[in-house]
Design a protein around this ligand. Structure first.
Ligand code: HEC
Length: 150
């Protein structure tokens, strides 16, 4: 019995080591300075820019600020999946490439996600406690976005 447990632990450990080999490309925009399509397009106040940087850009921009544990699988895999899906839905750096219609839709989407407490994702705020939006930050974001949709 004891032997079996040892074997299982050993196999588990080997598998853990093996998955470390998988290290996909990182979401880091080398070359030009980080373009900030959204913030400059709306001339967003510093407070809003800080909220976006702190709570949204890790998944919705071309630059992720990777934490140390991002080198460890399977954390890395899950992170990369969120970044890929997040960027597909909304990339603040690519804002000026969106049509006016898409921009309107996304602005409404941002208000909705924030009002419903869906963003930033819970799995993210679990480890990024300071990314969680306070009621005041939420109100600021919604107010700013509502102004721009008109
Ligand atoms: C940990 C990664 C992560 C963070 C941080 C994050 N998002 Fe997301 N976001 C996603 C993913 C993944 C999706 C697509 C799947 C889904 O909707 O759950 C998404 C979808 C969205 C959508 C939906 C797009 C649409 O058109 O319906 C909006 C809007 C959005 N996020 C806004 C935000 C805002 C605003 C913040 C910051 C306050 C933020 N997100 C932070 C990962 C993230």
């Amino acid at each position: 019995m004891k032997k079996a447990i040892k074997k299982i632990l050993l196999v588990g450990f080997i598998l853990f080591l093996l998955i470390q080999i998988y290290q996909p490309a990182r979401n880091i925009d080398k070359g030009q300075a980080p373009s900030d399509g959204f913030a400059s397009f709306y001339n967003a106040p510093k407070g809003i820019q800080d909220i976006l940087k702190n709570s949204c850009y890790d998944c919705h921009s071309n630059n992720t600020n990777y934490p140390a544990y991002s080198y460890i699988q399977p954390a890395r895999y899950l992170m990369e999946k969120h970044i890929k899906e997040g960027k597909e839905e909304l990339n603040f750096n690519e804002w000026t490439n969106y049509s006016a219609r898409k921009q309107r839709n996304k602005l409404n989407g941002i208000i909705e996600q924030i009002e419903d407490d869906k963003m930033p994702l819970d799995s993210y705020t679990l480890l990024h406690k300071n990314a969680k939006l306070s009621d005041q930050q939420k109100a600021e974001m919604v107010k700013c976005n509502t102004k721009t949709t008109k």
